[in-house]
Write a protein that binds this ligand. Structure first.
Ligand code: HSE
Length: 439
């Protein structure tokens, strides 16, 4: 069979990893794909031209014009590895209009414009691979779309941003504050120069909206996801959580309920004994609960040149095998047949149900806890555990930490407003969500 010819849009970290894997494992990959996969062209930034030319040793035709790469006659498949929404979106749509399959690692692009891109691809009968867009090298898209296809997926929970997981791990292990841990992540090259997407939960929510679409057969709905990051988390809460037998992780949670879908990213206490609680540093993991298989866990590197390149190459192999098959015989983009993707309600946060961690500063005098527990009881909120710290020398305020049982967020918010109004409580009350992740 003739080789399949790839045009890379971007030959930076992920593009470089993809190229290196294709070079090193060329024979093994073609034995699997049934044909050779070769990179014929790549679009690179002018400043990178010399470095990339040296690395690729003249075996790849380099250009600073990505449109020319997309349109080139010797490019059968386009791998968009440049990131950002523009010009990535225009280039991807151009490739689709030319009938060229696309592989992309661009979670932001698909989270914001995936529905439009998949619809265009469907119209042109073109394959789109996006394994690399979620959790780097972990084949979670493949697992959800194919391996778990027998199941009604009930929920999934993921640590899907390595940078924030590294920061949380440093805060816990080294007792660092948030800013110090972030500086360390930046020094090690984990966090972007502008780390907002990583630390404010946006990157995780991009990925979560893709996972939820595939898990539940709904459109990609990033705009309706609740997004909360780790930048306001204190070392104090991490320590108290630990004392109560929990670890705090930035969790992406997608859950099917009888009232709608919960779609949320936020710092979350999870029991320390869970495998997911022990996913540390920059590693990623996704726990999926299917009705037939039960819980399954996927763990690995969520970023990096070759782990992400591994996912890009897997998509290229799928394309090498299937691009010539009739579109109806391929795995659907979002796992469900396009006409079976349903627009289910995504619940507002007030309607979600979970357990809560509350930390408050209370006056150290009789009756204060009784006032707080009365308010919780009035909202029908049951207390699971409680911790009261010794007052520091000369202080009249003490830290009180409570874990509640599962309740509605509306009820806990109402209770917190009432607690904060007590003269014996020094507002604000810190509120974090708790997930037991029990199967
Ligand atoms: N910025 C991402 C992370 C890497 O920290 O996980 C790739 O998605």
């Amino acid at each position: 069979m003739t080789p399949i010819r790839v045009g890379l849009l971007g030959l930076g970290i992920v593009g470089g990893g993809t190229w290196a894997i294709l070079e090193r494992n060329r024979e093994e990959i073609s034995r699997r794909a049934g044909r050779e996969i070769i990179v014929t062209r790549a679009a690179v930034r002018a400043v990178d031209m010399e470095r990339v030319a040296q690395k690729t040793g003249g075996r790849v035709q380099l250009s600073t014009d990505p449109t020319a790469v997309v349109e080139a006659e010797d490019v059968d498949v386009v791998a968009e590895l440049m990131g950002g929404t523009e010009p990535a979106k225009t280039l991807v749509l151009r490739a689709i209009s030319l009938g060229k399959p696309v592989v992309t690692a661009n979670k932001a692009l698909l989270a914001l414009h995936g529905n439009e891109i998949f619809a265009a691809a469907q119209n042109h009968g073109v394959m789109i691979g996006f394994e690399a867009a979620v959790a780097g090298g972990i084949p979670i898209i493949k697992a959800l779309r194919e391996g778990l296809t027998a199941n009604r997926i009930q929920w999934l929970a993921g640590i899907i941003n390595g940078t924030s997981n590294f920061i949380l791990t440093q805060m816990r292990d080294q007792g660092m504050g948030f800013s110090e841990a972030l500086s360390q992540a930046q020094a090690l090259g984990y966090a972007e120069a502008d780390p907002t997407f990583d630390i404010e939960g946006i990157d995780a929510a991009h990925k979560l909206s893709l996972l939820a679409a595939i898990a539940f057969g709904i459109p990609v709905q990033f705009a309706r996801a609740h997004v909360e990051g780790i930048s306001r988390l204190t070392a104090e809460d991490i320590r108290y959580a630990e004392e109560l037998g929990y670890r705090i992780k930035l969790l992406g949670m997608a859950k099917r309920t009888t009232r709608g879908i919960e779609l949320r990213v936020h710092p979350t206490l999870i029991p320390a004994r869970r495998l997911l609680a022990n996913v540390d540093g920059v590693m990623n993991a996704v726990l999926v609960k299917g009705d037939a298989v039960g819980p399954t866990l996927y763990y690995g590197a969520g970023a990096g040149a070759e782990p992400t390149g591994s996912a890009v190459v897997a998509d290229l192999v799928d394309i090498a095998r299937m691009a010539s098959a009739a579109p109806g015989h391929r795995v659907p983009y979002l796992a469900f047949q396009p006409d079976q993707v349903r627009n289910e309600i995504v619940l507002p946060m007030a309607d979600i149900e979970t357990a809560y961690y509350l930390r408050m500063k209370a006056l150290d005098r009789p009756g204060v806890l009784a006032e707080v527990t009365r308010i919780l009881a009035d909202q029908n909120i049951s207390i699971e555990a409680m911790l009261q710290k010794e007052p520091k020398a000369g202080e009249t305020w003490v830290d009180v930490i409570m874990l509640t049982q599962v309740t509605q967020e509306r009820a806990i918010d109402h209770a917190i407003a009432l607690i904060e109004a007590l003269v014996s409580i020094d507002a604000p009350v810190v509120r974090l969500r708790v997930e037991s992740l029990a199967s």
